[in-house]
Ligand binder design. Structure first.
Ligand SMILES: *Cc1c(COP(=O)(O)O)cnc(C)c1O
Length: 371
């Protein structure tokens, strides 16, 4: 492969001395769960995302699950989710016993179309879960304008948007709770699984802290039926190192995205991502659209450029959700996106020369596919 989709080894190499020091500190402490590193990371991350509270958990799926559970959402409830998202958003709703109700996206940003939410609300609706997909913030003003008057909770899936801003304020506490993943490939990634929930609601944060530790506030005293979902000290220490570098790494992604947007403009058949007014994205992914997506992917692969489809099958067409009875054609916007989308290499360590190779390969492929 000439240009890999993303290099995690380069990320580790850039921060190796600081990571070594952080990991040594944890090993020497002899304390591996629910300790000083987690507490410090929670404070630092809350400050960074402009939220009052942060609770570290084991992964992004658990962050979503625990946020829903802490909001009291469960069996008999409906939760509005985007029709195009990573499957984890839907799985979290199902895990608490509620039903995911899909709403279609705006094709330009691929994010939840706020104008379609009202029509999906029923007497059972308890919450809306916007997903800031590909690092692009959703239109939170429009979403909150629908949910606030109706008393619906807003639980944001922020697994792809560490550092992004909506109307100048970081994603982190616009809604009731914001769920984060620190899976290694995310903009802020650990060296294993990790996650967190941020919120301005002190009670909600406290409920999540209890729920993540078996439902115990005091050791061996179980108040509620919780989970075992803790962010390890080692990962918290790693994340503290990487958080310091996040803005710089996001800036590198933004420069690459600006270059792609400028140098790939106007190619036949190629649709570039758009940025909504008020949104400052962090380009977790740079996802283009092309009617002959598979041919484009193959041409790029032949030119040595690795691409990924995020995602090939929409949640409602997964076997796991066959029970909802959402047949092919029932969510046409999401289905069209899943046929057309392709993510180009982007990341803090993609060299300018490699971005140039990607641009040249996309140009050649689009021109060849047009004839
Ligand atoms: C990665 C991701 C998740 C799940 O995070 P994990 O830490 O892998 O459990 C959830 N939602 C979205 C949109 C994601 O990209």
């Amino acid at each position: 492969m000439t240009v890999a989709f993303l290099s995690l080894a380069d990320q580790v190499r850039e921060l190796r001395p600081q990571l070594d020091e952080a990991m040594r500190r944890v090993l020497d402490s002899g304390w591996f769960l629910l300790g000083k590193e987690l507490e410090a990371f929670e404070g630092e991350f809350a400050t960074y995302v402009q939220a009052k509270h942060c609770a570290g958990v084991a992964n992004g799926l658990d962050a979503l699950h625990l946020a829903l559970k802490a909001c009291g959402i469960g069996p008999g409830d409906e939760v509005i989710v985007p029709s195009n998202t990573y499957i984890a958003t839907w799985l979290a709703v199902s895990q608490v016993g509620a039903v995911p109700v899909p709403v279609e996206p705006v094709p330009g940003t691929c994010n939840l179309d706020a104008a379609r939410i009202a029509a999906a609300i029923t007497p059972r609706t308890r919450a809306v879960m916007p997903v800031h997909l590909y690092g692009q913030p959703c239109d939170l003003d429009a979403i909150l304008a629908v949910t606030r008057p109706r008393g619906l909770r807003v639980i944001e899936d922020a697994a792809q948007c560490h550092g992004a801003r909506w109307r100048g304020k970081r994603i982190g506490a616009h809604g009731d709770a914001v769920a984060w993943s620190f899976y290694p490939t995310k903009n802020l990634g650990a060296l294993a699984d990790g996650g967190a929930v941020t919120t301005d609601d002190a009670q909600l944060a406290e409920r999540i802290r209890v729920l993540r530790n078996y439902g115990q506030r005091e050791r061996y005293v179980c108040e509620v039926q919780g989970l075992n979902s803790r962010l390890e000290e080692l990962q918290a220490a790693v994340l503290r190192v990487k958080l310091v570098r996040l803005d710089e790494w996001n800036a590198r992604r933004t420069r690459l995205a600006a270059r792609y947007l400028a140098e790939l403009a106007g190619l036949p058949g190629l649709v570039l991502p758009t940025v909504a007014a008020g949104a400052e994205p962090v380009w977790h992914l740079f996802t283009v659209r092309h009617a002959r997506r598979d041919a484009l992917k193959a041409a790029l692969l032949a030119a040595g450029v690795q691409t990924i489809v995020h995602y090939p099958i929409p949640p409602h067409r997964q076997q796991a959700y066959a029970g909802l009875g959402l047949v092919a054609g029932s969510l046409p916007v999401a289905e069209a996106l899943h046929r057309d989308i392709l993510s180009l290499p982007i990341g803090p360590h993609l060299a300018d020369a490699d971005a140039g190779l990607v641009i040249a390969a996309v140009r050649e492929a689009c021109n060849a596919l047009a004839v």
